[in-house]
Write a protein that binds this ligand. Structure first.
Ligand code: NAD
Length: 250
């Protein structure tokens, strides 16, 4: 229970990867804060399971992030994970979707860090972990906003790493390949449309085609990596972008 006494905020933790990371940090003794949207009863169940507080703030707005950080209080571990996807050829990509994805997938990580860093510096310890993506390193067609936001998130992480290095605060990215979560499931219909393919073909010829293992990554694997980055043994891992993608970006 090496994280006893530490408080962890994982954005977008009501589902998928964020929930797995929250469970993994909680299992090591961290006091956890849940964030995101979802069914009220399901969230109440999760709060009970994890003895967690919860904020339903919309992190695609500056005010929403400020509200989250106010509700979360001082955090020792910040995992910027909330994100969304939209799949469309660039000429049909609605500018409002572009703005929303940049706000949620990139700007929210700057804003949470902006709020969280003063306490981490004062405490002399901190961990910022950003859920980036294989798409922070390589591109795919039809994902203009997502790929741009994730490349930006990798850049932001490096700046945080340099600025905070002397304060015993590290900042790193974890970059998963395809993980079977609602975010992936929900992009299948638009990908079917953009590529004129069946559901089966999208799963095997688009999603798993990129992943040499031909298998989805499990959310728990991302949780385990996040826990490792919180350990003292990881104190010199700073500004790194860890792929957990079955070899996709090799
Ligand atoms: P998910 O859809 O299961 O979870 C997304 C979380 O973000 C949910 O808790 C949701 O409520 C929350 N969220 C969405 N919009 C929000 C908003 N406006 N304000 C606050 N919270 C909001 O998706 P996931 O696959 O677990 O994705 C988590 C992160 O992992 C994302 O940043 C995603 O880009 C990244 N990622 C996912 C995969 C994958 O294959 N699933 C691969 C690489 C990276």
């Amino acid at each position: 229970m090496f994280l006893s006494g530490k408080r962890a905020l994982v954005t977008g933790s009501t589902s998928g990867i964020g929930l797995a990371v929250t469970r993994a940090l909680h299992a090591e003794g961290a006091d956890v804060v849940l964030s995101g949207f979802g069914d009220e009863d399901e969230i109440a169940k999760l709060q009970k399971e994890l003895s967690a507080s919860y904020s339903g703030a919309d992190l695609s707005t500056t005010e929403g992030v400020a509200q989250l950080m106010e509700e979360a209080g001082d955090v020792d571990i910040l995992v910027n994970n909330a994100g969304m996807q939209f799949v469309s050829p660039v000429e049909d990509f609605p500018p409002e979707k572009w703005n929303k994805i940049i706000s949620l997938n990139l700007s929210s990580a700057f804003l949470t860090s902006h709020h969280a860093v003063p306490y981490m510096k004062k405490a002399g310890w901190g961990r910022i972990i950003n859920t980036a993506s294989a798409h922070s390193k390589v591109a795919s067609p039809y994902k203009a906003a997502y790929v741009a936001a994730k490349h930006g998130l990798a850049g932001l992480t490096k700046v945080l790493a340099l600025e905070l290095a002397e304060h015993n605060v590290t900042a790193n990215c974890i970059s998963p390949g395809y993980v079977w979560t609602p975010l992936v499931e929900n992009q299948i219909p638009d990908t079917m449309k953009a590529r004129n393919m069946s559901r089966e073909d999208v799963i095997n010829e688009v999603l798993l085609d990129s992943q040499p293992t031909k298998k989805f990554v499990q959310p728990e694997e991302i949780g385990a990596m996040a826990v490792f980055l919180c350990r003292d043994e990881a104190q010199n891992i700073n500004g790194a972008n860890w792929s957990v993608d079955g070899g996709w970006t090799a």
